[in-house]
Write a protein that binds this ligand. Structure first.
Ligand code: ASP
Length: 326
């Protein structure tokens, strides 16, 4: 009898544990895994948003950069973390959308291995070259690659990263071959484009802008459908001048390892929405060319659906554009 009641008490304790845990959360700092080198667009956005969300939940959010293999190393690590509400992944279109169709063996499942927590605003990309580049337009790059296949090379943030995928789509639509050079993040790749070791790169608007404004790089074209005259005056979209219909933007967001209590996921989402109420902040993001979304799209359920839909989309896109990992 005693044993039964002790067992009963233990079971009751186990059942209430996630609830009690969620009630005291967050009792310490959180970690967000960013699977690229520091200083790149994912890192910059994650640090900015982590700072604002951390202030709302009353605990700091520490960024851990776990770079390599286009983000898949960091995502694998995050999927194996304890689902206790203290470790999260900052995920994006590449390793949470395209990776299942690019990698034969992926160490995680973006849908079954994670709880979607909230989506970031989207970020269009900018086609960049170094200041001393002989290429003055996207058409120049295409013409050079047509004249000499393999002559033009593109830096990217790793196999399956956004910069890799968009450059591959660009080459496929233009009908040319470009050489892709993989780095551990956009930041080291940008350095080599600035230095002239690599010809061009697609980078997200938020980190491309200071390079262009600082005079270190030239923006040749935008992947958004509309031009961005405030941020990139005089820079055409790819769709309007070179590749009709071309449109691309990176989506990002926060994921938790599968099994993280729903209550914690909701608290994170609510904290994020509260942070977004700061109009000075959202205007600052918009001024970097970041596209704010309707509020409903930031929600966990909407973000989970978006992730699943993107995996299907990228299956078709990678097959049609013959994007493979060799
Ligand atoms: N998000 C970038 C990309 O996939 C990489 C980075 O943030 O460093 O191109």
């Amino acid at each position: 009898m005693k044993l039964i009641s002790t067992l009963g008490a233990a079971l009751a304790l186990l059942c209430t544990f996630p609830l009690a845990h969620a009630q005291t959360w967050p009792a310490k700092a959180l970690t967000w895994i960013v699977p690229f080198a520091a200083g790149g667009p994912t890192d910059a956005m994650a640090r900015d948003i982590a700072d604002k969300v951390g202030k709302q939940i009353g605990q700091p959010i520490i960024i851990e950069n776990v770079a390599g293999a286009g983000g898949t190393i960091g995502a694998t690590k995050a999927s194996k973390a304890a689902p206790d509400g203290y470790t999260f992944l900052v995920g994006h279109m590449g390793y949470m959308g395209a990776a299942p169709s690019l990698y034969k063996k992926l160490g995680y499942d973006p849908v079954k291995g994670f709880e979607a927590v909230f989506r970031f605003p989207d970020t269009p990309l900018v086609l960049l070259v170094g200041k001393r580049s002989p290429y003055k337009s996207a058409a120049d790059l295409i013409a050079a690659a047509k004249a000499q296949p393999g002559k033009v090379n593109f830096g990217n943030a790793g196999v399956g990263s956004t910069s890799h995928l968009i450059a591959a789509l660009f080459a496929a639509q233009a009908g040319v071959e470009m050489v892709q050079v993989a780095y551990k993040g956009a930041a080291p790749a940008l350095n080599d484009v600035i230095g002239g070791q690599v010809d061009a790169m697609f980078d997200q608007s938020n980190t491309a802008l200071p390079q262009v404004q600082g005079g270190r790089m030239t923006a040749l074209a935008l992947t958004s459908l509309s031009p961005m005259p405030q941020q990139y005056p005089g820079v055409p979209t790819l769709a309007e001048k070179t590749l009709p219909g071309f449109e691309a933007a990176t989506w990002y967001g926060v994921y938790a390892p599968k099994g993280t209590p729903k209550d914690i996921v909701n608290k994170m989402h609510q904290a994020y929405l509260k942070a977004l109420g700061d109009k000075d902040w959202t205007q600052r993001m918009a001024s970097q060319g970041i596209h704010l979304l309707p509020e409903a799209q930031y929600a966990p359920e909407a973000f989970a659906q978006h992730t699943a839909a993107e995996i299907e989309k990228w299956r078709k896109v990678t097959t049609a554009a013959k994007i493979q990992i060799d």
